[in-house]
Design a protein around this ligand. Structure first.
Ligand SMILES: [Zn+2]
Length: 141
């Protein structure tokens, strides 16, 4: 299931029906109706039944706020754990660097809670920063 939708496709000065917004964001009309009913997406009822008209600007700001609320920013010494679905510190001594290509590296570490290998995709020019961020922290504890 897709969790992110490109809200930038929504035109602020254009009204949408449930079907047209669904088509634009590539979601089923039932999903749009569920957002209206349960998640607080505002709409204007034209008649008692159908069509439901959505204000483009309101839909866009609602969608943006919803996606911003889902973000889990990491602190400098944390990596995002996809199993815990939270930013986590890495286990002591688990930090290592894996070269990806001539310019990119992958910083690896293990989640302190579940032990999953966490990844931070970065550049070689940032190598000294990465070591300072993760390796020193893990060895000081
Ligand atoms: Zn974890």
């Amino acid at each position: 299931m897709q969790r992110k939708h490109d809200y930038r496709l929504i035109k602020s000065h254009r009204p949408y029906t449930v079907e047209s917004l669904g088509k634009l964001l590539d979601v089923h009309p039932a999903t749009i109706r569920a957002w209206i009913k349960k998640a607080g997406l505002s709409c204007a009822m034209v008649s008692d039944s159908r069509p439901i008209i959505l204000n483009g600007a309101k839909a866009k700001t609602w969608m943006k706020a919803r996606q911003e609320a889902k973000k889990r920013p990491c602190a400098p010494d944390e990596m995002y754990c996809v199993k815990c679905k939270e930013p986590r510190q890495i286990a002591k001594g688990s930090f290592r660097i894996k070269p990806s290509n001539s310019r990119k590296v992958i910083a690896l570490g293990e989640c302190v809670i579940c032990g999953l290998t966490l990844r931070n995709f970065n550049t070689r020019s940032n190598l000294a920063n990465l070591k300072a961020q993760y390796a020193s922290k893990a060895s000081n504890d």
